[in-house]
Design a protein around this ligand. Sequence first.
Ligand code: SF4
Length: 234
Amino acid sequence: MSSRRSRFTVRYTGLNQSRRECSIHRTRRLSIVDRDARAAVSRGTSQMRLAIEILQLLVQSADSWLFEGSLAGLSDREWMALRFLARANRFSRTPTALASFLGTTRSVASQIAAVLESKGLMVRKPSAEDKRSIALCITSEGEKFLERDPINALRDQLVTLELPDRSQLRDTLRRVLDGLDVAKRRHNADVCGRCMFLIESGEGKDRHFKCRLFRKSIAPRDTTLLCAYFEGRG
Ligand code: SF4
């Protein structure tokens, strides 16, 4: 069985460049830049353009909760802290965990906690987990105050999305953040359900959750709270 010879021959004319000549129409010397390479460059460019467009949308959406000065008496960082403490699990309501979440030092986190405390939005209590530590606990005034959280405008828009769109957006953003965590060698706070330290046993009424890191049981409702010690399942 004879194989059909291609009528094109490829000649390499320099670094990253090739020229194809048509053996039939030699007189016209069909000279072409490698179309595959050009298509790959064009694909790469449009992917980059799309990525930049998404980036701009994310930055615009952040405008609703990142701001200069203060809103309802709190800076954007103080709002972030209050928001975190309202959703943090019992292991993460500490100055250290708050500092890790805010990406700041423990002393700056303590200053932010002091502002929240001075406004009656949070109180310090002896930690139930470790008697030598204190827990930063949001007060009922703090819970109520969160109804004025500037980020609620964005939340209310997300709620209007169809459930599949919302789930897909969540999963996509999670993948992006996971990638950033790996690249920046840092941890993001997340919920127990995705954590490698969570042990599940039993079913239905007998379903039980335990944290391997803290060696403590976790109530089912607490598995949806934020934890600063979260470690994703590789
Ligand atoms: S299982 Fe993970 S996320 Fe949950 S409390 Fe333990 S370390 Fe935190």
